[in-house]
Design a protein around this ligand. Structure first.
Ligand SMILES: Nc1nc2c(ncn2[C@@H]2O[C@H](COP(=O)(O)OP(=O)(O)OP(=O)(O)O)[C@@H](O)[C@H]2O)c(=O)[nH]1
Ligand SMILES: [Mg+2]
Length: 717
């Protein structure tokens, strides 16, 4: 239902995060379905940014997949409460027990088992029939497990014909109560007061589960088979019962632009305040800006201010989304998610408020991964260039993890992205959805350029420029040097630091002179913006700059001749000049992206995979974990053990035949990883999987660097 794009339907995967709102048990639930493929990680990042809780769906056959582990860590960063659902237990080879031990091991979490799967032959074997709810001690099953429309009934476990299910359920329930008593002091009292634990009320159990889930001490674990609609309704009950409501989470952090300091939204009362986290360019309705309202109520007709662009716009129409369908709304309530139709300026990450506030502030931004892949786009004819670049602007507004630049010399359009699939889908959207007449070259690596460690270059200048027909003048000093990683740990004595795509811009306003027409915070922003623009592309090779420290100081203003725009331009020009000279003095230094790669393969293939990664691809093997080395004991429990459900399996699967897998972690240059899915498939007969994420950029030298320079310039070095 949420996979509505034609590309999603054709490929059977989720590509874009889709929001859906529905009522459940007298609550309103906003759900965002996110993609699992690593190339669409930004869709996950922006969803995690605005959600208060997470349902982690674990495949009961495959266990915890590498990408799940990554998303789990991101959810840690946003302090999100979680519940987990082990799915596909109807499939042969699925095992609830194994999936849970996988979760403990890979996700380093403490599970609280709240359900057990029930099979035709009890705990093991035969078709999945339903689940045991351990709080109520009831079996929830369908009258016909093959028929999704058949009646769902909940019967007391005592009446269930299989006694092994009863015995295990009692054991699992006891473990659950012990865990609750261990983590929740109020519940400990209740626990100790009852000699017969069966008498403890479901209400006090729910309360304790909610409390420790909100405190992120445990993760309640549920199970079932969504395809057969087994366990889905209890999972939705759990969302309402255990995950936080918007009023359970602390107010979001905000950044005050001029001070560069962090504060809380509570410091800005009487404002309607929302975060734009997604934009869809609808061909009929125009831009649809998805917002999460953090404070106040956003009403139809309200005048809204974008704190980044400072532009004012009226919220003429509001919508509630049901994937690709929508209904009109008069208001979006505090805590809710909705859509503002037709906003011209808002982009992902913008803060939208109802009253102008000084100094301007922004809700915490959504971290944007730097693109490591690139592809050039060729309009079919010169006349198409404008329309192709307009279409690209639209997909860029939808997906900021794509990037766009043009090569000044060749006029080529370069599109950057997270991976091969990401760029392929972007191209298909351009051609099919926006009818852009263009072709895309093969996906290649996005290199960076930096300056040599020995170089430091300064430019001190006064710029006289005509901007919009007006004479302007600004003086400043810009010094560029190689970014010493040590700077990360130190705080600046001289000024504010802005970090951007691997560079640092230090703005020192202590010696700013005669600043009267622009306030200091805005001037610092203009300096940062200008330098940042200069860092986007080097002058000779047109590559983004990386690992450079730019220090800007001695800003000199000239009364009314100095404007925000003139400071921005002066900062851009001075940074550009300093960079060009620094690069010229020692020759270009190229950097290439390195990936952290995690490959999960059958143990028999470990040797060949390692040899390919290290010998053929020049990668560095970081670790190798085989299944028998993995310890399922959880470190923080008092006796070192926790309850694990039996390794129950569906029909006809013997434990002996299941393949043992190993996880190989390595660091490999991205260039060598292009097309790796095919290599891995052939080495492992399709049984291996891998994920990779950008680890960073590293300097290139020797023949490797010369080869890339030859490719980029077409000139023999
Ligand atoms: N047997 C079985 N198959 C299932 C079940 N749930 C999902 N599937 C199948 O698994 C496949 C993937 O399902 P999706 O819901 O698209 O999975 P997803 O996690 O959203 O995938 P991405 O969004 O692309 O990461 C589909 O073919 C489903 O029919 C289940 O409970 N049992
Ligand atoms: Mg999906």
């Amino acid at each position: 239902m949420t996979d509505y794009l034609p590309e999603e339907r054709a490929r059977g995967i989720t590509i874009t995060a889709a929001a859906i709102t529905f009522p459940w048990a007298a609550h309103c639930v906003n759900l965002i379905d996110t993609p699992g493929h690593a190339d669409f990680a930004f869709e996950v990042a922006r969803s995690l940014r605005v959600l208060d809780g997470v349902i982690a769906i674990i495949d009961g056959v495959a266990g915890v997949e590498a990408q799940t582990e990554k998303v789990w860590r991101q959810a840690d960063e946003w302090n999100l409460s979680r519940i987990a659902f082990v799915n596909k237990l109807d499939r042969s080879g699925a095992s609830f027990g194994r999936a849970v031990s996988d979760m403990i091991r890979r996700l380093k979490m403490r599970p609280l088992i709240l359900q057990l799967p029930v099979f035709e032959h009890g705990l093991d074997g035969g078709q999945l029939q339903g689940i045991v709810d351990l709080v109520e001690l009831k079996v929830i099953s369908r009258s016909d497990p093959n028929d999704n429309t058949s009646q769902i009934s909940a019967i007391d476990i005592q009446s269930w014909p299989n006694s092994s299910v009863q015995t295990e359920a009692v054991r699992a329930r006891e473990a659950m109560l012990e865990t609750l008593a261990e983590f929740d002091d109020d519940f400990l009292e209740t626990y100790l007061n009852y000699s017969d634990r069966r008498d403890i009320s479901a209400m006090s159990i729910h309360k304790a589960i909610r409390s420790i889930t909100l405190r992120r001490l445990i993760v309640p674990v549920f199970c079932g088979a969504s395809l057969r609609d087994i366990g889905v309704q209890p999972l939705l009950d759990a969302v309402v019962n255990y995950l936080p409501s918007p009023f359970d989470v602390p107010p979001p952090a905000v950044q005050v632009a001029s001070a560069g300091s962090k504060s809380s939204l509570d410091c800005f009362p009487d404002h309607t305040c929302a975060l734009a986290f997604k934009v869809i360019c609808d061909p009929l309705l125009g831009p649809l800006v998805f917002v999460r309202v953090y404070r106040g109520v956003l009403t139809k007709g309200m005048t809204l201010i974008n704190t980044r662009s400072r532009e004012k716009e009226k919220a003429t129409r509001l919508l509630r989304m049901y994937a690709d369908e929508s209904v009109d709304l008069d208001s979006i309530q505090e805590g809710d998610i909705g859509v503002i139709v037709g906003m011209k300026s808002a982009v992902t990450g913008d803060t939208i408020i109802s009253k102008r506030f000084h100094p301007p502030f922004q809700l915490q931004a959504i971290p944007l991964p730097p693109p490591a892949f690139i592809s050039s786009i060729e309009p079919e004819s010169l006349g198409e260039t404008k329309s192709v670049s307009d279409s690209i602007q639209m997909i860029l507004r939808e997906d900021p993890s794509l990037s766009y630049s043009t090569d000044d010399d060749s006029g080529q359009i370069l599109l950057g992205g997270m991976g091969e699939l990401h760029l392929e889908i972007a191209r298909n959207r351009l051609v099919h959805d926006f009818h852009a007449k263009c072709q895309m070259s093969k996906v290649r690596v996005s290199y960076r350029e930096t300056i040599s460690t020995e170089v430091e270059y300064s430019v001190e200048k006064t710029y006289d420029r005509e901007i919009n027909g007006r004479h302007t003048r600004v003086g400043l000093n810009v010094t560029v040097s190689s970014l010493d990683k040590g700077i990360l740990q130190t705080s600046s004595k001289q000024g504010r630091r802005f970090w951007d795509y691997g560079n640092c811009i230090e703005v020192d306003m202590s010696r700013a002179h005669a600043l009267t027409t622009v306030d200091e915070g805005e001037a610092a922003e203009a300096i940062y913006g200008g330098s940042r623009a200069a860092l986007q592309s080097s002058s000779a090779l047109q590559l983004p700059i990386h690992s450079v420290l730019v220090k800007v100081s001695k800003l000199q203003a000239f009364e009314r001749l100095t404007t925000y725009q003139s400071i921005f331009t002066a900062s851009r020009l001075a940074t550009q000049e300093a960079l060009a000279n620094a690069i010229k003095s020692k020759g270009p230094t190229l950097m290439e992206p390195y990936m952290k790669v995690q490959v999960i393969v059958p143990e028999v293939d470990v040797g060949s995979v390692i040899s390919d990664l290290s010998s053929s691809k020049g990668g560095l093997i970081l670790s190798l974990n085989t299944e028998d080395q993995l310890d399922v004991r959880f470190p923080s429990t008092t006796d070192g053990t926790i309850y694990l459900p039996p390794d129950s399996m569906a029909e006809n699967v013997s434990h002996e035949t299941s393949t043992l897998f190993a996880t190989i972690s390595a660091r490999v240059p991205l260039k060598e990883m292009i097309g790796y899915d095919k290599t891995l498939r052939s080495i492992t007969q399709g049984r291996g999987t891998f994920i990779m994420s950008l680890e960073g950029f590293e300097k290139m030298s020797g023949e490797r660097a010369s080869r890339v320079l030859r490719e980029l310039t077409g000139i023999e070095q």
